[in-house]
Design a protein. Structure first.
Length: 584
């Protein structure tokens, strides 16, 4: 059974007030009639629409204290195509340069326009997802949604399988405090929105290590995006990241020259150019040792922004000297020793006088770090607990955390990967929130953090004298249509595929824009004969804003029965007014 959107459900009920004027004998909506009456400013129709609270809120705006009915926006939502009741925006297949709602083909005044759409929700981060998502050049298909559907998509979600890890092992937990470290398994965009009720305006540092869009195949996740898709994906996440940051907060995003210049412009637009602080050069060793027609690429960029430069609080980072001998050598001075064997150098005090300067005192301040960081990449000789292509070394994250935060500040990494940021935060007495949707959150990140709690001596452990300890809570977003999505992807033959489809119709959510009768008629007509073609189309019709269960539904009988008592109590604790809240 098709699931209609909240907006369309309201529209149908309103139009039913006019008898059969806007419906055929079979009950189908006469969209053209509705659109024609709106174009003619039909007073009765417009009055009925604007009396509805949801439609009034969604399709009106106020200009100079005058309320305007956005008819064009409303009409766009009514368009019809094939067995889809069409998208809610005319920008279904691209973003582009527009002026006055038209692409530059029709106008000479140009602005960069990002429509409402997200590029992750149509699939996942795995390469298997890409296989079944259509055009290889646009693996993460764009999902266009109406404003009410976007609001529903980003509502806080239900957490399940809540487990606490500490020195005593792991135990199921039914509560969480504001001071607990947190690891979330799920889509990072949806997870970040689920953090807003508690953590908005509370996070001091956000570190992002997104896919670089290099079109490479070495990584275990997809790294092949259409350029506009990648930009939109990043825009979605940067916007909610800004809401999560405290007023004195900072964000660092690691990237290479494939997208770094475009990302800089994008981050300028989100955070403001005035809040751009540095383009940090992470310089690493590893020459290819072969002749090239271009210069060897030996660095990544780390774009560093504050949320508000006037309120930013920096924790100056100094690189300590390794030894007194290194200090003397780097300073190119000659060491001397006093009667107690203490090392000193002669320093010019002016007026031709030379005074003793003890090296042990001079070493206390160390060296202020500039914006070119020489830190080796992870390789077989690295002192890291896990080695993973693309993994960042703890020393790199340590330098960021130490300069941007103080003890007990919250650090968020929404592309957690192997858990380097979480491990480094734990070792430096910072709180952390990590988000990862790939399966290796279980096989790598959790195992790594358990080892850190037990006193792991890899990475920066010796530098910070890490002795072990600490804890974290693991939670998963409760899957809804995400389960059907995975089953469709894994179906090996047509019978398996259609069995999943039968279950989807009965208990899942089909995109409200799909007319299932027409869709199934197309199947009977043999329009999708191959397994892959049918699989792609079935994946397409799943309602992607229903991938996970909303917390607002947790007390509904049909949902409550699916949630354990432990998880139920955990969610009440997480979203409780007794928990310290963020500021929307």
């Amino acid at each position: 059974m098709a699931v209609e959107s909240k907006a369309m459900d309201h529209i149908h009920k309103i139009l039913e007030q006019f008898g059969d004027k806007y419906f055929t004998k079979s009950g189908a909506l006469k969209r053209n009639t509705v659109i024609e009456d709106l174009d003619n400013y039909d007073k009765d129709l417009m009055t009925a629409i604007l009396k509805d609270d949801l439609l009034h809120k969604t399709y009106t705006s106020k200009i100079a204290d005058v309320e305007i009915f956005e008819i064009n926006k409303f009409v766009d939502m009514l368009r019809y195509k094939e067995y889809w009741e069409d998208s809610f925006t005319k920008y279904d297949n691209k973003i582009g340069l527009t002026a006055g709602g038209k692409y530059i083909d029709d106008s000479s005044d140009v602005v960069l326009d990002f429509p409402y759409k997200d590029c992750v929700l149509k699939a996942g981060m795995t390469k298997e997802d890409v296989e079944h998502s259509g055009d290889a050049d646009e693996p993460f298909l764009n999902e266009t949604l109406a404003k009410p559907e976007i609001d529903e998509l980003f509502e806080p979600k239900i957490f399940i399988n809540t487990t606490k890890y500490d020195e005593n092992g792991e135990t199921r937990t039914n509560s969480i405090s504001y001071n607990d470290n947190l690891l979330i398994n799920g889509n990072n965009l949806i997870s970040m929105y689920s953090l807003l009720p508690t953590y908005a305006g509370k996070i001091k540092l956000i570190f992002m290590d997104p896919p670089y869009n290099t079109k490479g195949n070495k990584l275990p996740y997809n790294d092949r995006f259409n350029h506009s898709t990648w930009l939109t994906m990043m825009l979605n996440r940067l916007q909610v990241a800004k809401r999560l940051l405290s007023e004195d907060g900072m964000i660092f995003v690691s990237i290479d020259n494939t997208e770094s210049h475009y990302l800089k412009v994008l981050m300028d637009s989100v955070f403001g150019r005035i809040n751009f602080q540095n383009d940090i050069i992470w310089h690493y060793s590893g020459w290819n040792k072969k002749l090239n027609t271009s210069f060897e690429n030996r660095h990544d960029d780390i774009l560093f922004y504050t949320k508000s430069i006037d309120k930013a609080k920096f924790n100056s980072f100094f690189k300590p000297w390794k030894s007194e001998e290194e200090y003397v050598k780097k300073r190119k001075q000659k060491a001397r020793y006093d009667e107690n064997g203490e090392m000193f150098v002669l320093s010019d005090a002016g007026n031709g006088k030379r005074v003793k300067r003890y090296v042990k005192d001079a070493m206390k301040t160390g060296v202020v770090v500039d914006d070119v960081w020489d830190i080796d990449k992870i390789n077989n000789s690295s002192k890291e607990s896990y080695k993973f292509f693309g993994q960042k070394p703890e020393e790199l994250i340590y330098r960021i955390i130490s300069s941007a935060t103080f003890e007990n500040d919250i650090v968020l990494d929404c592309y957690l990967g192997t858990g380097t940021t979480a491990a480094t935060a734990l070792k430096t007495n910072r709180r952390f929130i990590g988000i990862e949707q790939m399966d290796y959150i279980d096989t790598i990140a959790i195992s790594r953090l358990k080892a850190v709690i037990e006193g792991d001596q890899n990475g920066i452990s010796k530098t910070v004298n890490w002795q072990g300890g600490g804890s974290f809570i693991y939670a998963e977003l409760m899957e809804k249509d995400q389960g059907y999505l995975r089953d469709l992807q894994n179906a090996e033959n047509m019978d398996e595929l259609m069995n999943v489809y039968s279950r989807m119709k009965q208990n899942g959510d089909i995109d409200f824009r799909v007319d299932l009768n027409k869709f199934e008629a197309s199947l009977k007509a043999g329009e999708l004969p191959s397994l892959e073609d049918r699989k792609k189309e079935l994946i397409k019709i799943i309602d992607k804003n229903q991938l996970y269960y909303n917390y607002s539904d947790i007390d509904d009988e049909s949902v409550r029965d699916l949630v354990t008592d432990t998880d139920y109590e955990f969610n009440k604790s997480f979203y409780s007014s007794n928990n310290e809240k963020g500021e929307e």
